[in-house]
Design a protein around this ligand. Structure first.
Ligand SMILES: NC(=O)c1ccc[n+]([C@@H]2O[C@H](COP(=O)([O-])OP(=O)(O)OC[C@H]3O[C@@H](n4cnc5c(N)ncnc54)[C@H](O)[C@@H]3O)[C@@H](O)[C@H]2O)c1
Length: 250
């Protein structure tokens, strides 16, 4: 029997065409939620949506670039028209690349902030009203351990991931009285395309395992399981927190 039940809930996950977001969408569907897959990539978004439907779950794909508030508004309208409500928002979409601060251009810094942090703001700002109308809801931000360690590619990235944690803490205070929980998950070293860019498979990745007390690199399921818990009623008294899911590395 599955412990954390999301039966009857509608969950929208940003950047859920691939990687961690795709797995969160799959695991939330397995827990009974109806799923709105959103991604800037139509190809991976529709493929992920098909995979979820093949489990027998209800899912739609809505193209959405989190850096564009009009896309978010459209996604809200379509979600309400198709599913009649929204209960769970997962702000997962994000980018990174390796750059030392000395070589980081203002354009690269602003682009990362525009997607990772302003995109998170756009997503919550644009999708929040149905949760307020319900007087309940769960918002989960996929931050990163780099908010603490300064890793993950460079200052452009860690600054945005730390910014998400600040955003979540304030929202937990402001939205708590409206019945809405807001939490972050801080993954570290999870096997996805982002990790492939930062640590291509080979000796540099093998060396990482020695730095992880649980002696394995994380899988998207490790993050998805934490997200299902935070979205469930069992986590109803947890808000304003950041859950490190990192094999004790940090
Ligand atoms: N993989 C890790 O080790 C790791 C560690 C810490 C934090 N994270 C965080 O987890 C989240 C997911 O990362 P991942 O490793 O699955 O990455 P990924 O590159 O595998 O997937 C990211 C997804 O986001 C989508 N995306 C990118 N820009 C977008 C935009 N503007 N609008 C909508 N969608 C967009 C991509 O198309 C892709 O489907 C990110 O926020 C990342 O910072 C990952």
């Amino acid at each position: 029997m599955r412990k954390f039940d999301l039966q009857g809930k509608v969950a929208l996950i940003t950047g859920s065409g691939k990687g961690i977001g795709r797995e969160i969408a799959l695991q939330m569907a397995k827990a009974g939620a109806r799923i709105v897959v959103t991604d800037v990539s139509e190809e991976s978004g529709s493929t992920a949506c098909q995979e979820i439907r093949s489990l027998g779950a209800d899912a739609v794909f809505i193209p959405m670039d989190i850096s564009n508030p009009r896309d978010v508004e459209k996604a809200k309208e379509l979600t309400l028209a198709i599913f009649g409500g929204l209960d769970i928002i997962v702000c997962n979409a994000g980018i990174t690349f390796r750059r030392d601060f000395a070589d980081l251009t203002p354009e690269e810094f602003h682009k990362t902030v525009h997607i990772n942090l302003t995109g998170t703001f756009n997503t919550i700002k644009g999708l929040l009203s149905p949760l307020i109308d319900n007087g309940s809801g769960k918002i989960i931000l996929i931050s990163s351990a780099s908010a603490y360690t300064g890793s993950g590619g460079g200052a452009h990235y860690s600054a945005t991931k730390a910014g998400q944690i600040g955003l979540a803490r304030t929202l937990a205070k402001e939205l708590g009285p409206m019945g809405i929980n807001v939490n972050c998950i801080a993954p570290r070293t999870i096997v996805t395309e982002i990790l492939d860019h930062l640590y291509p498979p080979g000796p540099s990745r093998d060396a990482l395992i020695g730095q992880i007390p649980l002696r394995r690199i994380g899988m998207p399921e490790d993050i998805a399981n934490a997200a299902v818990y935070l979205a469930s009623e069992e986590a109803c008294y947890v808000s304003g927190q950041t859950l490190l899911v990192d094999g004790a590395r940090t």
